[in-house]
Design a protein around this ligand. Structure first.
Ligand code: HEM
Length: 410
């Protein structure tokens, strides 16, 4: 197995970024748990093993979930310090008891009522984008012209942030993806840190506005729950939650929608079928989540030695969980490499994680995918992909979706 692996994963390499799935198939078959010395991570690719780690939050901590792969330099530290960057461990990279306390409060503000109330607003946003798209010369870049900004506008509605901040927050969250899940050079790291400081300061200023002018939104709810008591939730924790959602709430959905449009237009009969049968969309979306998720990897840290499927992962080891690989494991999903919306167990994908860190935004992501795809397909039932385009992906381990996608809409 593991001490002398035959294959090595370079998650920043061009082959992996363009299509990691053939590499995943080889790993699952030949070295499902191995130590990758170049990455410094134990790499897992089978469904059962990854689910076992996700379930075992006591022995597998989330404390490394947002650790950068490039060690943080002194200069980067100075940039953060001077910019007042004070991100706390709140959800994704926190463990009990902090994680349990904060998740409870966030859950209480992320109400089903608040998510359901977004549906008509998402439709309105879609109509505005689609009207605009219809006036553009062919082909359009469906990412730049719709899918890039729409999910950010939706999460802004929920959080209560002003829409004129969308371009700056989108740029800031892309910098955070590259800083945390990419492999920047030392010089690039400092530049990304400056952009993250700008992102952070915008969030601090926004939370401060909501302290002074509370409204009916998620952020004002968190401030109300806190009622001035730091032991309930500190202001730095609230700022960190909002900062986190201002990445998790749109990078993911933008990626999923980009993958979805690409996949469905890659087999045009599926797109046309959905134009006639929109009721089939929820099932198709589950299969899209399984087959082509936008969050392909997550991380954990072993707090003690743990044996999984006969392999001992030592204490203090970093672990990379290849969710994209788990989702196509034929040991769990029959003919896992086939896109098959009718499969009975497609909701068992691990795209939203599993266990105590299960994605808080899953209902919103499903709602957005359903509304956006339905509106897009109904407006442009004869859309088709521009042939032979080469897709480009942001070089990072975890967030995956095409950065451009050229489409003839009519
Ligand atoms: C297709 C879209 C999405 C995907 C594939 C996705 C995926 C994930 C995954 C895999 C996790 C678990 C991470 C782990 O266990 O380490 C997670 C957690 C999380 N997601 Fe999502 N997500 C999506 C959309 C969203 C949206 C729209 C929001 C917010 C509105 C959101 C907010 C969160 C938060 C706050 C967590 C951390 C939960 C915790 O640590 O307790 N996600 N997401």
């Amino acid at each position: 197995m593991s001490s002398c692996p035959r294959h090595h994963v370079d998650p920043f390499g061009s082959a992996y970024l363009a299509d990691p799935y053939p590499i995943y198939a080889t790993l699952r078959a030949e070295q499902p748990i191995y130590y990758d010395a170049t990455l410094g991570y134990w790499v897992l690719s089978r469904y059962a093993d990854i689910k076992a780690v996700l379930k075992d939050h006591e022995r597998f901590s989330s404390r490394n979930a947002t650790d950068p792969f490039t060690p943080v330099s002194d200069e980067t530290r100075r940039v953060f310090q001077q910019g007042g960057y004070a991100m706390q461990r709140v959800l994704l990279n926190a463990d009990a008891p902090t994680h349990t306390r904060i998740r409870r409060h966030v859950y209480a503000a992320f109400t089903p009522r608040r998510v359901a109330a977004l549906e008509p607003r998402i439709r309105q946003l879609c109509h505005a984008f689609l009207d605009q798209l219809a006036t553009q010369p062919a082909p359009v870049d469906i990412i730049a012209d719709m899918i890039y900004a729409l999910p950010a506008q939706v999460i802004f509605l929920l959080i209560g942030m002003e829409h004129d901040e969308v371009p700056a927050i989108k740029a800031g969250s892309e910098s955070r993806v590259l800083f945390t899940w990419g492999k920047p050079t030392a010089a690039q790291q400092v530049e990304l840190a400056r952009e993250m400081v700008d992102f952070w300061q915008r969030v601090v200023a926004f939370v401060d506005r909501r302290v002074r002018e509370p409204r009916d939104d998620f952020t004002s709810d968190l401030i109300r729950q806190r009622a001035g008591d730091d032991s309930v939730l500190s202001m730095a924790e609230i700022t960190s939650v909002v900062f986190g959602l201002l990445l998790a709430g749109h990078e993911t959905t933008t990626g999923l929608l980009g993958n979805a449009v690409r996949r469905l237009l890659g087999e045009p009969h599926r797109w046309q079928h959905l134009a006639q049968h929109p009721d089939a969309l929820p099932g198709v979306i589950e299969e899209l989540l399984r087959f082509d998720t936008s969050v392909i990897a997550m991380r954990r840290h072993a707090t003690c030695a743990v044996t999984i499927a006969g392999v001992t992962i030592p204490a203090d080891a970093n672990v990379l969980l290849l969710i994209g690989a788990a989702n196509r494991d034929a040991l769990h999903f029959d003919d896992g490499q086939a896109f098959a919306p009718d499969r009975a167990n497609n909701r068992e994908h691990l795209s939203f994680g599993f266990g105590v860190h299960y994605c808080l935004g899953a209902p919103l992501a499903r709602l957005e995918a359903r509304v956006v795809l339905q509106e897009l397909i109904q407006r442009f039932p004869h859309a088709r992909l521009v042939a032979d385009q080469v897709l480009d992906y942001l070089p990072n381990t975890s967030f995956r979706g095409p950065r451009r996608l050229l489409v003839h809409l009519q």
